[in-house]
Design a protein around this ligand. Structure first.
Ligand SMILES: Cc1cc2nc3c(=O)[nH]c(=O)nc-3n(C[C@H](O)[C@H](O)[C@H](O)COP(=O)(O)OP(=O)(O)OC[C@H]3O[C@@H](n4cnc5c(N)ncnc54)[C@H](O)[C@@H]3O)c2cc1C
Length: 424
């Protein structure tokens, strides 16, 4: 008789979950556990909790959904708060566990968690939630090209996106194994009223993630227009809005890719259907950059190890956060983020550039604010994109400034977006 803990992290799904398949294949009984590390949610450098209300709500919903998925297979999710190494070591002892299986993550803190868990348990790490698997790349991660285009050109023609694998029909857990959810006081969050102007009512979990995927592809065929609409600012369907579910792992990147292929087979491929995969490759790129550069992704000098520019001016920063800089396009985007936990990609590029190049603030202040506010916060994508805009990361053209007046003229010529967000 052998038992394993299945340590869920950012992989709130049972389908296409390599850690789950490996645990079920190698052990008689599997104990699904999620550990909420309070260091990643509590007080951060801005003097605020690192996760804000939108992210917390989304996480709670995602865990409830994961528990539902597990119960449908005869198991249950056990949620604990604490240092993962301590929690897993304790459960291992109480339940007589032989090994821990988990998805590999590439961000620095997550890697430190893995290292520590490996000192107390036999830890097996499995494929990450990327399109391409690190072992399939034509280079070692240390040799990852520094610029996205060079990366894409090397992988696109050569590396296959593996087919998603189905969940096992049953997950055997001990009969005494009881689920446990987060208590109300364990990740307290302000109650949220959904702002009527929000692009979407984002709900965590696989069911909602797949509903969104079906909507964007099959129900509205918005995917076939993606390339023309992806710089939009208004409404639900200018882009896929899949990022929150990809960040929590409620849906897998390889699942999205193959659903797009299926869609192309039924409806025809075009530049737009190609472009969604292109953007998912950007996501992979930042995951692998994180694997290569570790802590540097979070340091002020960035990957370029430059002397950091920018000042720490709290008043200017607060005005930016609240959408009170006086620049209408920037303010509208920042108000949308504060009220809904969402901002378009076009908006993110502009407000980040504004913080760095116009307000002259330290770029990390903005990255910390995004970490707190974004419903789709992902450490690799967030810090990688911030570095890119701040000119300390992977942008071959450094110091790229967006002119917000020009940008508004191009992407909000009638002022509809700015009008919508003219007040908080
Ligand atoms: C300063 C800044 C911070 C960002 N922080 C995050 C973050 O914390 N989490 C996050 O998921 N994305 C982040 N992004 C990337 C991008 O803005 C979002 O992924 C995208 O807006 C999500 O909307 P969507 O799902 O509708 O994207 P779509 O346009 O429909 O794209 C499909 C998917 O491709 C991926 N993708 C698209 N653009 C990028 C990109 N530039 N970098 C990495 N992946 C990308 C996402 O997974 C996205 O869901 C950030 C961008 C900037 C400029």
């Amino acid at each position: 008789m052998s038992r394993a803990i299945l340590w869920f992290r950012n992989d709130q799904r049972l389908d296409d979950n390599p850690a789950l398949l490996a645990a079920v294949a190698a052990h008689n009984e599997v104990l699904p556990v999620f550990v909420l590390d309070p260091r990643q949610h509590g007080l951060g450098p801005l003097g605020l909790d690192r996760s804000g209300p939108f992210r917390r709500k989304f996480l709670r919903e995602g865990l409830l959904d994961l528990d539902r998925q597990l119960r449908a297979k005869g198991s249950a999710l056990h949620v604990r708060v604490g240092d993962p190494a301590q929690v897993l070591a304790h459960l291992q002892e109480v339940w007589g566990v032989d090994a821990v299986h988990a998805q590999q993550l590439f961000a620095w803190e997550e890697r430190l968690q893995e290292k520590k868990v490996a000192t107390v348990a036999e830890l097996h790490l499995h494929a990450p939630n990327t399109l391409l698997l690190p072992g399939d790349l034509p280079f070692e991660l240390e040799k990852l090209p520094h610029v996205f285009t060079a990366f894409r050109q090397r992988v696109e023609p050569n590396v296959p996106v593996r087919e998603p694998r189905e969940a096992p029909s049953h997950i055997p857990s001990p009969s005494e194994w009881k689920g446990r959810m987060l208590g109300d006081d364990e990740l307290p969050g302000d109650s949220i009223t959904v702002d009527a102007r929000a692009v979407l009512d984002f709900r965590g979990g696989r069911a909602a993630g797949w509903a969104r995927l079906r909507h964007y592809l099959w129900e509205t065929r918005s995917l076939s227009r993606y390339k023309e609409t992806r710089n939009g600012l208004l409404g639900a369907d200018y882009s896929s809005k899949l990022s929150p579910w990809l960040a929590s792992g409620a849906i897998g990147a390889r699942e999205v890719w193959h659903e797009v292929k299926h869609y192309e087979a039924e409806n025809g491929a075009n530049e737009s259907t190609y472009w969604l995969g292109f953007e998912l490759l950007w996501r992979d790129f930042f995951q692998f950059i994180s694997a290569k550069h570790g802590r540097e992704l979070f340091l002020a000098g960035g990957l370029s190890r430059k002397h950091p520019k920018g000042v720490w001016d709290i008043d200017r920063f607060k005005a930016w956060c609240a959408g009170r800089t006086g620049q209408p396009f920037i303010d509208a985007n920042m108000r949308e983020l504060a009220a809904t936990g969402w901002m378009s990609n076009r908006g993110r590029q502009n407000v980040a550039s504004y913080l760095v190049h116009d307000l002259g603030l330290q770029w990390r202040m903005g990255a910390w604010w995004f970490e707190r506010m974004l419903v789709d916060y992902d450490p690799c994508s967030n810090w990688g994109n911030w570095q890119y805009v701040a000119g300390v990361g992977n942008d071959p053209r450094e110091g790229r400034r967006f002119d917000p007046v020009r940008q508004m003229g191009m992407y909000d010529p009638e002022g509809a977006f700015v009008g919508l967000w003219s007040s908080n």
